[in-house]
Design a protein. Structure first.
Length: 80
């Protein structure tokens, strides 16, 4: 299955690496990443596409445990 994660992160050193590492340790392969910093806010908006055999709920719960992850939304992507 392929999933898209829409994340809001604190702009902290290593935050992005922790997010990617968490996905990889849970058995997901990162396929694409895109991000931007909000102009007037102290947060990063990151879109991460991953692929894996496991369901998305366990990945969402793990991401929510990360200190630098303020919000996460996961949805299934269709492969075209």
């Amino acid at each position: 299955m392929r999933y898209r994660l829409d994340l809001i992160l604190r702009p902290a050193e290593g935050a992005l690496l922790r997010v990617i590492g968490t996905a990889e340790r849970r058995g997901y392969t990162p396929l694409a990443i895109e991000g931007r910093q909000q102009i007037d806010a102290q947060e990063w908006r990151v879109m991460l596409v991953v692929e894996g055999e496991r369901g998305a709920d366990s990945l969402r719960k793990q991401m929510e445990k990360l200190y630098d992850c303020l919000a996460v939304e996961i949805r299934e992507e269709t492969i075209e």
